[in-house]
Ligand binder design. Sequence first.
Ligand SMILES: Cc1cn([C@H]2C[C@H](O)[C@@H](COP(=O)(O)OP(=O)(O)O[C@H]3O[C@@H](C)[C@H](O)[C@@H](O)[C@H]3O)O2)c(=O)[nH]c1=O
Length: 407
Amino acid sequence: MKTTTASRWDIFCLVVDNFGDIGVTWRLAKQLHKEYGIHVTLWVDCLASFAHILPALDIKQRSQHFDGVTIKLWDQPLSQDYCAGDVLIEAFACELPASVKDELSRLNAAKQTVPVWLNLEYLCAEAWVDGCHGLPSMQTNGLLKYFYFPGFSDKSGGLICEQGLFSERDAWQADTCNKVNLFTQLGLKGIDPADTVISIFSYETPALAALCKLWQQSKDKVHALIPKGRSLNSLTALLNCDASDIMPGQQFHLGNLTIHILPMTDQQGYDRLLWSADFNIVRGEDSFLRAQWAAKPFIWHIYPQEDDYHLVKLRAFLEIYCDNLAPELANHWSELNIAFNTGESNSVLSHWEQLNSVDLSLLQDGQHHLQQWPVDALNDADLATRLINFVNSKSSRAKIEKPKIGI
Ligand SMILES: Cc1cn([C@H]2C[C@H](O)[C@@H](COP(=O)(O)OP(=O)(O)O[C@H]3O[C@@H](C)[C@H](O)[C@@H](O)[C@H]3O)O2)c(=O)[nH]c1=O
């Protein structure tokens, strides 16, 4: 491994809710270590949430190591020492611990080198991101903090995507045995490789129950794979039981639809699930991106915001995603996504059915788009690569380079 002088980074993550905050920061931390040899410490305030996507995590340990990343509990006040490294990332505008801010002020007053300080923002497809990405903001302690905006354009901070991911996905999808073995490992029974498989990781919406009722009457077999969680809150009437009583491993047979309840897996396992399904329903930020990398059709259940601002963000994404898509496909797919998010069940059903009856040439167009979009969206450089370039341009220390040989 090639060592660099600028090689110690800290990432602070406050879990607001669900798994996206820790999901994004954990994925980035792993990639920075694996591809750049950077020593990353990921400080997180809620190990119990983290353990859902890293089942091997010991929630009683204040410090532990996985995939080359040091994971530390961010308690209040911070009970483990923060020793300033080369880069300091606060994820999603979390307020850094007082002891960390004091240390930055001390270093600055002593005219010692301070870390490059960044706020990693949420992913957004809106055009204003390009103008705000990378802007500095003077803090009360006299230091600059930079705003790092992930995004879909070449002027933004880019999208998280590991090196070699698309080849790995292609190899996985080229061999049907991979999905069959995955379903067996997950304990799923009765799935024929020709059956339609739909993975579902959504928030609550009546549109989900409507789709399940439609699939129930489908002429072919449909399997809905649902990790135990919020999606089930929308299916209690259909399943005739309380969501809290539903356990991983359970199966519900409803006509031609079988609902399989899954345990949550680690991120690699979840990627493979997305690669193996025919259609994915995803949500938030990280699973949304992973569904795009899976090159399979998907519905995005965006994280709801005040005054329905999330619908503005949804439309901004639909617009760029559909830019090169045949108008008929673009229309049905966009309307399907909007209706799922607004809970308009009739509209969801109608656009789902229209999408399923498009003719072969349109279908081929859609398949091509699913494969090409991930390549185009990356614009030649993933988020980690752009982040390293950004840090190199702001730091007075030696530049970080990608190791020439694998780590
Ligand atoms: C279902 C599943 C998910 N995951 C991972 C994938 C992602 O990293 C993570 C889920 O994160 P997301 O898809 O982003 O959805 P999310 O809804 O869980 O997370 C978030 O959305 C953000 C927009 C909000 O700001 C956050 O506060 C948070 O709510 O869980 C697994 O690793 N295994 C699994 O089995």
